[in-house]
Write a protein that binds this ligand. Structure first.
Ligand code: SIN
Ligand code: CO
Length: 383
C-alpha cells in the first residue's frame, strides 16, 4: 500500500481507536499537496448542467443563510459578495481524473465505502455552519486556512435553525478547535458536530465522504431484488391447517409460516452477495456522461496491439468477491462471473484507474471482460 495519509499513526490504531469513534487531526497528512483542481476550474464545473453544486452565503450582519443550487453562470461568480460565501461541488472525482486519483489514497478503507470527493472553495469567513453528517468524512485542507471546530453527537431530533435552508445546529458547543493549513487533514466520524470557517480567501477543502447505506435502503433494495425473481405462483400455503377456535384469530402457526417465507428468501447469502455487489456499485449519477460507444472486438485488439491502455470511467465503481473458488466482479451495478485465472486482472480493475496491458493480446476471456466493461461504459479507451 502507498504511504497512508495518517501521519505517524498506524492503520491498525486509526481503525481501532478513531474510525467511526472519535475525531482526529493529522497535521501534514498529505505533504506538498497540490489540490486536484484549480479554483476557476471548480467554478467551471459548477456551471455544468450534470454537476451537483451549491453556493452557501451568510450575511455577516443579519446572520441570514442562503443556499442556491447549481448550475451557476459566470454572472453568479462575478456578483458574489467579498466575504462569507462557500461554493461546494459534489463528486469532483467523477469529472476530474486527478480528483479520482486523489481518492485512491484513501483505499486503506474499502473502496466501496467511499462515496465521493466533494470540494469546497470559500472566501474569508465562508463556511456551511455547525452541522453533522450521517457519514464519515476526511477533510483535507487543499489551499488557504480553515478553522475547524468539532464537538458533540447529533441526530435528526437535534435542534436546528428553522429559518435557514442549511442545517445549522442551535444547541452546539465546540469541544475542540484547530486551524488547518494545506496538507492537514481532519477525520470526523458520523453524527459528530463540526463547523469550518475560512480564515482568509482562497480556502479550498477536499472532503472525502463515505457511504453507509441505511438499513431501510438495504432492506427495501434486497427485498425488491428477491421479490422480482419470484413467480406470482409461489404463494403462502397451509396444507397443515388445523381447525381453529375463532375464524378471526391470526395464529402463531400462520405467522410462523410467514416468517418462514421471509427467512427462506432473505437468508440466502449468495443471493445477498449478488444483490449487494450490484447495489453498492450502481452509478451515483446513472445518466451522467456521454452515450457509450459500441466497441468491436477487432477495435479493442488493434488498440492493445498499438500499446494502448484502458481507463476506468472515473465515476464507475468496481468491487470483487471470492467465494468457494468462485470469483465475481461487480461494476456499475452489473455482475461478471470470472474464472480464477482472471484474479490478477480483476484486482487491477478494482484498484487502479489505468489498466496497463502491454502489447501481448490478453486471453480470450480477459478480452471479453474488457469488451463488456467498455460497452457498458465502465472502461474507456483513452486517446
Ligand atoms: C466544507 O467543505 O466547508 C464543508 C465540508 C463538511 O463540513 O462536511
Ligand atoms: Co460536514
Amino acid at each position: 500500500m502507498k504511504n497512508l495519509p495518517l501521519g505517524d499513526l498506524s492503520l491498525e490504531i486509526f481503525l481501532s481507536e478513531y474510525w467511526q469513534k472519535k475525531p482526529l487531526l493529522i497535521r501534514n497528512a498529505l505533504p506538498g499537496l497540490v489540490p486536484p483542481i484549480a479554483a476557476d476550474e471548480l467554478a467551471g464545473l459548477a456551471c455544468e448542467e450534470c454537476v451537483e453544486s451549491r453556493l452557501v452565503i451568510r450575511d455577516g450582519v443579519s446572520d441570514r443563510w442562503d443556499m442556491t443550487h447549481g448550475p451557476f453562470t459566470e454572472e453568479t461568480f462575478s456578483s458574489l459578495p467579498d466575504k462569507h460565501w462557500t461554493l461546494l461541488v459534489q463528486a469532483v472525482d467523477h469529472w476530474v481524473p486527478a480528483a479520482a486519483e486523489f481518492l485512491t489514497q484513501f483505499h486503506f478503507i474499502p473502496s466501496w465505502r467511499i462515496d465521493d470527493l466533494m470540494i469546497s472553495y470559500s472566501s474569508d469567513g465562508g463556511g456551511v455552519g455547525p452541522h453533522y453528517d450521517n457519514y464519515d468524512v476526511f477533510l483535507v485542507q487543499g489551499s488557504g486556512r480553515r478553522k475547524w471546530q468539532v464537538g458533540g453527537r447529533f441526530d435528526s431530533t437535534s435542534p436546528r435553525r428553522a429559518d435557514t435552508p442549511v442545517m445549522i445546529l442551535t444547541d452546539w458547543t465546540p469541544e475542540q478547535e484547530w486551524i488547518l493549513e494545506p496538507g492537514d487533514m481532519l477525520y470526523i466520524p458520523p453524527c459528530v458536530g463540526h463547523s469550518g470557517i475560512a480564515m482568509g480567501n482562497d480556502c479550498m477543502t477536499c472532503s472525502v465522504g463515505f457511504r453507509a447505506p441505511s438499513h431501510s435502503e438495504i432492506l427495501r433494495g434486497f427485498a425488491e431484488y428477491v421479490g422480482e425473481t419470484l413467480s406470482d405462483e409461489v404463494r403462502y400455503s397451509d396444507a397443515d391447517l388445523v381447525a381453529q377456535n375463532h375464524a378471526g384469530a391470526l395464529t402463531p402457526e400462520a405467522l410462523e409460516n410467514v416468517h418462514q417465507i421471509v427467512r427462506q428468501h432473505l437468508e440466502d447469502n449468495d443471493v445477498l452477495t449478488d444483490w449487494f455487489g450490484r447495489f453498492i456499485t450502481a452509478q451515483k449519477y446513472p445518466d451522467e456522461g456521454d452515450a457509450t460507444p459500441t466497441i468491436q472486438l477487432e477495435d479493442l485488439r488493434a488498440h492493445i496491439t498499438a500499446g494502448g491502455m484502458l481507463q476506468r470511467n472515473e465515476g464507475s465503481k468496481f468491487v470483487f468477491h471470492e467465494r468457494d473458488h468462485e470469483l465475481f466482479l461487480f461494476a456499475d451495478g452489473h455482475q461478471f462471473r470470472c474464472s480464477q485465472e482472471q484474479i490478477d486482472l480483476v484486482k487491477v480493475l478494482c484498484a487502479d484507474l489505468t489498466v496497463k496491458i502491454g502489447r501481448n493480446i490478453p486471453s480470450e476471456s480477459n478480452l471479453r471482460l474488457f469488451l463488456d466493461l467498455l460497452n457498458q461504459g465502465s472502461l474507456y479507451l483513452p486517446e
